[in-house]
Each structure stands twice: as structure tokens, then as C-alpha cells.
Design a binder for this molecule. Sequence first.
Ligand code: MV4
Length: 625
Amino acid sequence: MPLRKLLIANRGEIAGRIARTCREMGIRTVAVYSDADRNASHPRAADEAVVIGESYLDIARIIEAAKRSGAEAIHPGYGFLSENAVFAEACEHAGLIFIGPSADAIRSMGSKTAARDIAASAGVPIVPVGLPYDGPAGFPVIVKASAGGGGRGMRIVRSRGQLNAALESARSEAERAFGDGSLFIEKYIEGARHIEFQIFGDRHGNVIHLLERDCSIQRRHQKIVEESPSPALNDELRTRMGEAAVAIGKAIGYTNAGTVEFLLAPSGEFYFIEMNTRIQVEHPVTELITGIDLVRLQIEVAEGKPLPRSPRAIGHAIEARLNAEDPLNDFLPSVGTIHVWRPGEQVRVDTAMEDGAEIGIHYDSLLAKLIAFGRDRETALRQLVHALESTAVLGVKTNREYLLQILESEDFHAGRADTAFLPTPFQVKRDYLPYVAAGVLHRRDGALADYRNNPFRDPSMKVEIDGVAMTVSWKRLRDDEYEFKTGAGAIARVVRTHNGLEIDSVLRRYEVKEAGDEIFVWSPAGSCAIRRLSRHPRSEQAGRHEAANSPMPGQVLRILVVVGQSVNKGDSLVVLEAMKMEQTIRTSINGVVNAILVQQGQVVAPGQKLVEIGALETNLTETDQ
Ligand code: MV4
């Protein structure tokens, strides 16, 4: 019986994406949204929507919403409950079709060690395991959490001396992340690439693969650039890895969409590492080269339809994940209002963003996926770079320039990027004058341009950009012509025109948005947030106190100190969480905890004081401490 109504148990870009395919299929959709997502865009992407309270993990509320709305099926998307066997079972028990694999398949692949055993039994190569008792020959190894994936609880260990500490820290991280601290150890494959195969199983025993995706470019195990096909595979290797992926699917009678992850060693040997039993963030690159809508195929397989024959692929697709994070501040999350949202054109854009969208700390940092398709890799790459350069986001910091740095690097261009390619430190050598000139001159009313607090001096402004404080002054030469200077001596002649700013004879367009004490400036060459600083430097705090401030917006997860406790430089004080990432705040001085200014669970803003430390009265010199 063809489906008529489907509930999407997810949010953000994937919710809108699933709704789009359902609309094309003539299936009515029900969205669910949390209290924090009341004004998000995804509820409007569906035919109707139901509020489900605090969390997208509330199985009872989601099932109840499906029953009340008359939905016959639930699509979990990715993340949240998408690999939760209990949820899959709850759907079936409620008479709802779960758009995904069986609960048993989810369960069997949920344990990384059980998954390895299944792969080995299917004759698929797995990474050699075991403690390297036979001396240094066994190193390096990698410690992994049996219950985890995606890098949580993972440690690379290069010598015996590091092993115990690594096991201890991996165990506690795995305990915290998965409630299960059990670990296993593998031989670490140096310079490996992360190659994953999309597989599909139907309810007639067929299992096919839809080729591979190269996901080697990850930052702290978060994928940021993915492509298909992989520049590292030849047809022979592709055939063997595809057969291995299908063999694993067949070994467990897999149905619906799944992804088999491999490591490809520089030697050309490949090893199974884990299997994901859901649709993945990066599925669009597979869709663009095969011409198959994977969400449509998921629904058709769930309706009992047979799979198509394995597709022939054409061309090349590359995806970049645009995140709300600050590459110049350790990629900490960036929150705020999206005053201007204008993604690049000529590429596929999967997003839930729009002008005025609020970016908070509760959900992950993904703003959009930009996916370019071309007849070959160079064409796709050129299109993606162009689209990213013309993507304007004003109101939050993003990794746009970082993505451009990766895509334009020689290693990426040559297809040499393996898992060790990152973290290339993000360098930005920017001439800030054009951005400040754009910020000052964007107000036609001259409110900033003519601002001066001293009639005998040129107008000037004290600002901070990318964490660098500077004073910029300017003077009007004639009509719309100005001369701008920085305290460091940089100078530029700027003419304001209707087409943008002509700076030292080069015309560029800028987009500017003021919000509070920040001026967001965007140009194709780059974007930045200019924070206006008060003219009078803050009175130096008495040297006796220091407040540990929050470096980012977040929620207080754990408070690790008590009032009166002595602390040494580098000791952990508070753990914050934002966008599913934990950040430990440490003290930068020796002292005693004078006051704890926050409570567990409290949401804090960037710069907010968390803990006050009284400096120790000591004449110890730095070297003695
Ligand atoms: C590995 C590995 C090398 N050797 N296992 C990363 C998360 C999960 N998907 C599996 N991952 C890896 N497992 C062995 N035996 C390399 C990765 C890996 C990786 C490791 C460190 C830093 C970045 C990485 C990116 C992709 C894969």
C-alpha cells in the first residue's frame, strides 16, 4: 500500500530535504519541532507540524505525534534517534513504518566490536587488533570505544609509555559519551583515507552499492568536505570494496540505506571499520553522480518495492559543510541572528537557514551543505569554490574561508588529502582596512563617517577584528573620497560608489550589517565581524583577581571546583557544552577559587564570568612553580 503521510522526526536541513522528496512523491508530511525551534524554518517545510517539547529524543512524544496526525511512517533522518533500535521497535509496535533498517540490524551494527566480527565472518578485511606485547613493532595503535563511533573515546598511541594514560582518558570519555567505557585497540593505519560505500537492501534479499564517498577531510572527526567518486580509487579497487560492502549487508539481511566505512591504506589495502545504519549527512554527493534520490529509494524500499539495478555513475560531486563556528577561536561555536543569508548559486544547497534565523547553542553548528556537480573533479571543484566565495552570511562567524583554504590547497587539488591532511591551521592574513572602510561608509547618513568625539581630530574608531585590536582613523578628501589609516600605519584611498567601494583603484562590493556593537562585513574575498571597542580601555583589574570567562556561548555541563579550592595554572574549572561539543575552561593563574558565578545547566554568553580566582600571594617566580 503506497504511503500517504509521513512524520519527519528531525530538524534543520535534513528535515526540509526529506519534506522536499515527499512533496515530489505526493506524500503529505508532518514535522515535529522543539520549543527552541518554534521559529525555525523546517516546520514550514512540511504540510503540518507538532510541537514535541524539549527534545527530539522523546520517543513517546514523537510516536504520539505520528498517531495523532495520522502519519503511517516515520523518517528519522540522521543523528537523534536514527540509529536507536528501541525507537525503531517502538515505531513497529505502534503500527508505524520506520523508514530505515530493522531494529536487529541497528543493534548488530551498534557495537563496533560486534560489527567487526560480522565483517570478518563475511570475509571482509578488518584492521589487525590486539595489544602490541611484542614491543614497539605493534605501535602505533588506536584506542577506540566499543560502543562509540565518530571519534569519541578515540586515542592514537605511538609508544608503550603513552598507552595507560590513553586507555584511562579514552575510557572516561567513552563512559561519559556512551555510558559504556569498554574499549578495543587496533593497529593504527598511517595516512589512511576514509572511504565509505553507500549500500541499499530491499525486502526481497537484494543488496546493492551506490559507489563510494571519500570523507578523509575531517576536523576532530567531524567531516567537512566529502566527494564522490574518490580520487584514490581505481575501478579494480572500487569493485573489490563495493563487493565487500555488499557482502556485509547480505551477511545481516540488511534493508534500506546503510553506509559501510573503510580505511584505505597507502598500500592499497582496505579495512572495514564500522557501519552506519542510517542516511548520512553527505548523501547528496552520491545522489548527484548516480541520479538517484536516496530518500525516495528509502521510502520505496520501505513500501516493499524492489531495488533498481546498480547505477552507472557519471561526473564528480563535492560537498562542503558550512558551519557556524569561529576558525580563529579554535572553531568554537558562533551564535547570533543571521541578518543576511545568501548562499552561492549554481550548486545544490541543502539548508534550513533564512534571513533572520536564530543560531543557538542547542543544536549542531551545520548551517548548510553546498554540493557542486561537474563532468569531472576540476569542474566540480571550480564551481564549489565560486559558490563558497559568493556565499554571504552576516551575523555569525563561519568556516567559509577555512573551507576555501582547504579546497584551494595544492594537496586537495591533487587529490592527496588523507586523514592526516587536517588540522591545517587556519591562516588568515587579511588587510583589514577595506572591511573597516566598508563598515564606516555603509551608512549613507554618514552617522559613522562623520562621527568624531574631538573636533580637532580626525574621526576614528577603536575596533577589534579576528581578536586583533586596532584604531582606524579617516578623513574626507572630497565628496565621496576618503583616506583611511590604521594605527599600524596602513593607508588606503577609498571612494564610495553605487557599485561598492573603490579602494586604491580596485572596485569591490561589500555587504554590511550592524548589530549592537558589531559590524558584520562581507565581500567575495572574505568576511569578518568588526567589534567596536570603548574608547577608554577598561581599568586594569587589580592584579589580585582573575575571572575565568566563557570563550563561547554554551551551557554549563559540569562545575569541577568548589569555593576555597586551590588551583594551579591549567587546572579545569568548568565544562561547557555547545552544539554537541564539550569545551573545558581552565585557569590561567595559580590561586584560590573565590566565587563560582554560574550554576550547572545555566546558559552562558561569550565573555560571561564563570569563576573568580584570587591570585596566590607568592613570591615564587615563574620557573619555581
Ligand atoms: C582508524 C584510523 C586509522 N587506523 N582506525 C575515525 C573515526 C572513525 N570513523 C574511524 N576513524 C579512524 N579509524 C585505524 N585502525 C583513522 C581514522 C580516521 C581518523 C583518525 C584520526 C583523525 C582523523 C581521522 C579521519 C578519518 C578516519
